[in-house]
Design a protein around this ligand. Structure first.
Ligand SMILES: Nc1nc2c(ncn2[C@@H]2O[C@H](COP(=O)(O)OP(=O)(O)O)[C@@H](O)[C@H]2O)c(=O)[nH]1
Ligand SMILES: [Mg+2]
Length: 439
């Protein structure tokens, strides 16, 4: 009898334990599902995480902070300085040429196990939050004192070691011997490293969706709370269930004989919203000049609001695009550019202008990039006043393959480098994306 009671008690305890375990699993699961639901919501502003990359990034931050703290001690052993990567962004160019180059430098520092520094980004901390101090000023004197060796990997258009990037090993004896590797580029020049067989395993594990710019930019270019708040307020007040981001770039100095009819953006939007009659839509417009912005907003109002269609909201920020940015000499303000770029990045679809790195970079700068198709790209067309510009005999809009930024020098790579380098570069299907995004 007693034995039977013990037996029943045992069975009961097992059942209770099992139910408890089940409860924990299901409650965790519903929590998980809730998170997924939230992050899938088109209005969701918060950005989800890439766990493997998070781990690598957090380890890097710890290593960097420790190394810098160590070097600042009076007792520091300065006879053997850590190997480093120094990125020198060109502050006179726009964000679309500055941010991708910095992301490239950080990628190189991760895969070569070097410390990462940025040289000459004035007041970086006014715009972005920092987890570690990457201002080259803090160490430059230390490295200048020593007999340091250095090598340029990218030097704008004059020199790019693409054979190394595409198929070389950054840890070989020669490369490992340099104290400093310098990167100066206006381009997303590191893109071909995702084709490099030496680093395939690293990418497969750490950034398995190969959205390298997205992973890095979400860490290095987190906007300061005061700027982020402006973005969030704009999103909360204006972004409906489905948002199309438009970037009109009319005033690029080259080439002069091309124009971009604003009607082409309207046509692209019309195609995007087919079948969406029951959805509230926002069209967010960013442009490089006030008149262009007005022209395109008016054109959208005419196309979408004239037949009492109130479910389409057309919005833009108030950055004065006829003023000049004192930092870069580009139109508008520095903060205004960051806000417009971030808002574009948070849209569900984007329609951007060919050869403008602003739109291509925006496309990759948010977690939305990981589940969104590539932006739609409007082609400028030859200026010929006798033509009806809307009647064109060529493609005027196409869909980019990826949300990764543009790598305009990929054409140079394909034309100028050796056969094997080109072959390996082309093992990554995104070579097509990179070679189609710019003149
Ligand atoms: N606020 C704002 N600034 C813009 C816009 N378009 C261009 N700009 C400014 O002009 C610069 C253009 O440089 P970049 O980003 O390289 O784009 P690209 O010149 O078109 O390749 C940007 O960094 C901004 O400072 C826009 O839509 N909004
Ligand atoms: Mg540019």
């Amino acid at each position: 009898m007693q034995q039977r009671a013990v037996y029943i008690l045992c069975i009961l305890s097992v059942l209770i334990l099992f139910s408890l375990a089940l409860l924990t699993i299901t409650s965790n699961e519903s929590y998980h599902i809730k998170i997924l639901e939230n992050t899938n919501s088109v209005r969701e502003y918060a950005e989800v995480k890439n766990l493997e990359f998070d781990i690598v990034y957090n380890e890097y931050v710890k290593k960097h902070n420790q190394a810098v703290a160590e070097l600042s001690k009076p007792s520091a052993n300065l006879s053997e300085l850590p190997k480093i990567v120094v990125v020198r962004p060109d502050m006179s160019t726009g964000l679309g040429n500055r941010l991708p180059g910095i992301a490239c430098g950080f990628l190189y520092s991760l895969i070569t196990d070097r410390l990462f520094f940025i040289s000459g980004y004035r007041n970086f901390e006014d715009y972005y939050e920092k987890d570690f101090d990457h201002n080259w000023n803090i160490l430059v004197k230390l490295y200048a004192r020593k007999n340091t060796t250095s090598r340029n990997i990218h030097d704008y258009s004059s020199y790019n070691d693409f054979p190394l990037v595409v198929r070389g090993n950054f840890s070989n004896e020669e490369m490992a011997s340099y104290d400093i590797l310098y990167f100066q580029t206006w381009d997303y020049a590191c893109a071909p490293i995702t084709s490099n067989p030496h680093y395939k395993k690293w990418f497969d594990k750490i950034i398995p969706n190969y959205r390298v710019f997205t992973a890095i930019s979400l860490k290095l270019f987190r906007l300061q709370p005061n700027i982020n708040k402006q973005v969030k307020t704009f999103v909360d007040n204006n972004f409906n269930d489905y948002v199309i981001g438009i970037h009109l770039r009319e005033k690029k100095s080259q080439p002069h004989d091309m124009v971009i009819p604003v009607e082409h953006y309207t046509e692209a939007v019309k195609a995007l919203i087919i079948g969406m009659s029951s959805i509230n839509i926002t069209i967010f417009v960013a442009a490089d000049n006030n008149n262009g912005r007005k022209k395109i907003v008016d054109s959208f109002h005419e196309a979408f609001n004239s037949h009492s269609n109130n479910s389409i909201k057309i919005v833009h920020t108030e950055d004065d695009m006829d003023s000049q940015n004192p930092i870069s000499k580009n139109p508008g303000s520095e903060v205004g550019a960051l806000i417009d770029m971030k808002l574009l990045s948070l849209c569900d679809d984007m329609v951007i202008t060919y050869a403008s790195t602003f739109g291509f970079t925006a496309a990759g700068w948010s977690q939305k990039a990981s589940r969104r198709r590539g932006p739609f790209v409007i082609m400028p067309i030859k200026k010929n006043l006798n033509d009806d510009l809307r009647v064109v005999d060529k493609v005027w809009v196409w869909g980019a393959m990826s949300t990764e930024p543009c790598m305009y020098m990929s054409k140079k790579l394909i034309n100028n480098e050796d056969e094997e380098t080109v072959r390996v570069f082309k093992t990554n299907p995104l070579w097509m994306h990179y070679s189609q995004c710019h003149w």
